[in-house]
Design a protein around this ligand. Structure first.
Ligand code: AMP
Length: 332
């Protein structure tokens, strides 16, 4: 953590924001609450602070379950890029951006909280100890609060991402700073009952699917819980890819299972299988990185193409957990 260097980087970012009349904000594809919340939150702060500037979100895919956060900006005409500042938020690698037009911008900035294996952008501000990109945007606001304007909407978007990416303030990355910054947002008057209802109520069919996952999940010898959600199962329960992906959270509370994995078959010609990896106490991203993936120590993603790869990834995760259990105490 180098606070002085990071402060200088944040100052440079603010300076660039002031210089440009048009700012385009990008996030990763298959967006989650943090990706949508941080980009919409940044947009709302900048629009309130600089009403004369054009500030747009530039993305090609959207998450149905986050529609309660309101619409994004749709397609942006080609001519708007060449003189724009592009800011990518919550996106570890450039190939994970939802829109491929980021590099058309005149200058680019990366703001992210993932482990920085693939730096990009003319200016890069990465704090991988932050629980969420939304926490970084809240910190950015707090640092320059004499200059920047917070709104109730911006606070709502940012709080949403902080809640979702920290597992409701439960995960390891949550610090005193996380809660202090969340407090600043709450002071704006957030309807948390409505937010939590939108985020965490299940449809009846989804609950039936959850029961099925709990019934059918497997556990390896050393405590890796996993579930393979093939196309047939997705059809049987009438699941969207988002519904199927949510299954990862059904596996997260088993005593002794320090890691849990969900394999979601996409049904494309390449046989793509999305892997979601989670863990507690022991980092699992090293396994993700062996299978075209990455992310955070305790929450990462990967892509595999065959059942052989599925089983070798499970075996690798099992070996990581075995080694950890043999050499550490205090886990459960
Ligand atoms: P997910 O399970 O898709 O929610 O991913 C968990 C975290 O890992 C998120 O922060 C993702 O941005 C990140 N992640 C997922 N897949 C990849 C990948 N293939 N490469 C790098 N990071 C990833």
């Amino acid at each position: 953590m180098n606070n002085i260097l990071n402060f200088e980087t944040m100052e440079k970012i603010l300076q660039k924001i002031k210089e440009y009349d048009r700012i385009l904000i990008f996030r990763h594809f298959r967006p989650d609450g943090d990706a949508v919340g941080s980009t919409k939150g940044l947009q709302a702060i900048l629009r309130a602070t600089y009403p004369e500037k054009e500030i747009l979100l530039c993305n090609d895919d959207y998450a149905q379950y986050l529609e309660f956060l309101g619409p994004e900006d749709g397609e942006i005409p080609e001519e708007k890029f060449a003189d724009a500042l592009g800011i990518a938020v919550d996106t570890g690698t450039i190939d994970r951006l939802s829109s491929k037009k980021f590099e058309l911008c005149k200058e680019t900035i990366k703001i992210d909280h993932h482990i920085d294996n693939n730096p990009y952008g003319d200016i890069s501000w990465v704090e991988d100890f932050r629980s969420a990109a939304c926490e970084m945007i809240a910190h950015f606001y707090d640092t320059f609060r004499d200059e920047l304007v917070m709104t109730k909407d911006a606070a709502f978007y940012l709080y949403t991402g902080m809640v979702t990416d920290s597992g409701r303030f439960k995960y390891d990355g949550v610090t005193g700073d996380t809660l202090r910054l969340a407090g600043i947002l709450l002071d704006q008057g957030i309807n948390t009952e409505w937010l939590f209802a939108n985020l965490y109520l299940d449809e009846f069919d989804q609950l039936k699917f959850k029961a099925h996952v709990l019934e059918k999940m497997q556990i390896t010898e050393n405590g890796v819980a996993y579930m393979i959600i093939d196309k047939a199962m997705q059809e049987e329960f009438n699941l969207t890819q988002e519904d199927a992906s949510a299954s990862i959270s059904y596996l997260d509370s088993i005593k002794g299972c320090l890691s849990w994995l969900a394999f979601i078959e996409s049904g494309d010609e390449k046989g793509t299988i999305r892997v979601r990896l989670r863990s507690r106490f022991v980092p699992i991203n090293t396994v993700a990185e062996n299978y075209r993936g990455g992310g955070h120590a305790y929450a990462s993603g990967a892509t595999v193409y065959t059942m052989e790869e599925v089983h070798s990834l499970i075996a690798e995760a099992d070996a990581v957990i075995k080694e950890y259990k043999e050499t550490h105490e205090g886990w459960l």
